[in-house]
Design a protein around this ligand. Sequence first.
Ligand code: IFM
Length: 443
Amino acid sequence: MDKLTLARSDFAEGFSFGAATSSYQIEGHGFGGAGRTHWDDFAATPGNVVRAEHGQLACDHYHRFEEDLDLVAAAGLDAYRFSISWARVMPEGRGGVNAEGLDFYDRLADAMLERGLKPCATLYHWELPSPLADLGGWRNGDIAHWFGDYTDVVMGKLGDRMHSVAPINEPWCVGWLSHMLGHHAPGLRDIRATARAMHHVLLSHGTAIKRMRALGMKNLGGVFNFEYPHPVDDTPEAIESAALYDEYYNQFFLSGIFNGRYPTRILSAFEPHLPKGWQDDFATIQSPIDWVGLNYYTCKRIAPNGGAWPSHDEVDGPLPKTQMGWEIYPEGLYHFLMRTKEMYSGDLPLFVTENGMANADVFEHGEVNDPERIAYVDQHLHAVRRAIVDGAPVEGYFLWSLMDNFEWSLGYEKRFGAVHVDFDTLARTPKASYYALQHALRC
Ligand code: IFM
């Protein structure tokens, strides 16, 4: 496939198309006085990241952001979703501000506006300053205040130019993936740490929303990730396993924000571990938001294993897979757009804030042909359109990612970009999917 079968004209006027990235994955953390983060620590621990790779140089976006934003604008995209590194702005996480770091984001914001791009910011995309990790990081309830103070510093400077802001990218990854499964920094496997981290992420989200409202800011949202859990078969045990997975992956955070409570299955496991007075935090957690962002990539097959809680495993499924080994299942995106509206957010605008695929792209004769990515995006755009036709108030779609980057514990091998990055020379080369998107956005 070399072209998308949908074009801009198939979506309502004002529907935004954008590309997404995150600070640690592209900037190069070794520059500009940025402080150490728990991702630097995690990556320095043997065995955590493929080939011991890390984010010190990444795509060197810190020095090449003008060129990268030129690529966003030349694709015909309307918006750029980026994140701000807490440790670049506040190297210790609290107290002193690194003027050079804040200035970088100031210039980045202006450079977006100069190109007619809407700046869509995320305040936290996973690189916690190490000094805060030393104090317990997301396990420590004080993080809500630390995060609130950081929000004030950043948005006190940039807030006047942001089109939209979300506090925390993918709370499930910050909580469960990093504290229960140990796959991301800080690499813990501890239910008490997980329960507290998941709760404190929500408390910090609500605190940041309040701080930004106090600054007079508008268009504030939340960005959550979703995976469609198929029971591996139709036994009651498999159905129950998938329902539990759905609760802790897909519903915990939306339920906290929109319903002021946690889903029942997960609460019965988490309750002994939640901090004292946790129920009182919902007053902050439920601070009203203006939109909901959904990050969606895949589905999972959930099989009961008869073992210790949560007593299930993910098993292999039959659908075609991406380079990540993730099954391609666009119906899941349709499902979550519809369900988010119906169960949680009603008429609030929805955005697909991340969607895309890693592919084993080959750079040949100066170009990269990635028909697989074009087909993936096409199928998911059709799912978005179907949800809109069926009443979901979807107002935008962001591709993950603008360019190949540091895919966390999987290093630089998994390529998600519409733009190829040669990690030896750092040369950028738009792939066929970039041109397919560019063409679709002109029509
Ligand atoms: O690269 C990540 C990103 O940081 C968060 N969402 C999923 C992407 C692909 O795994």
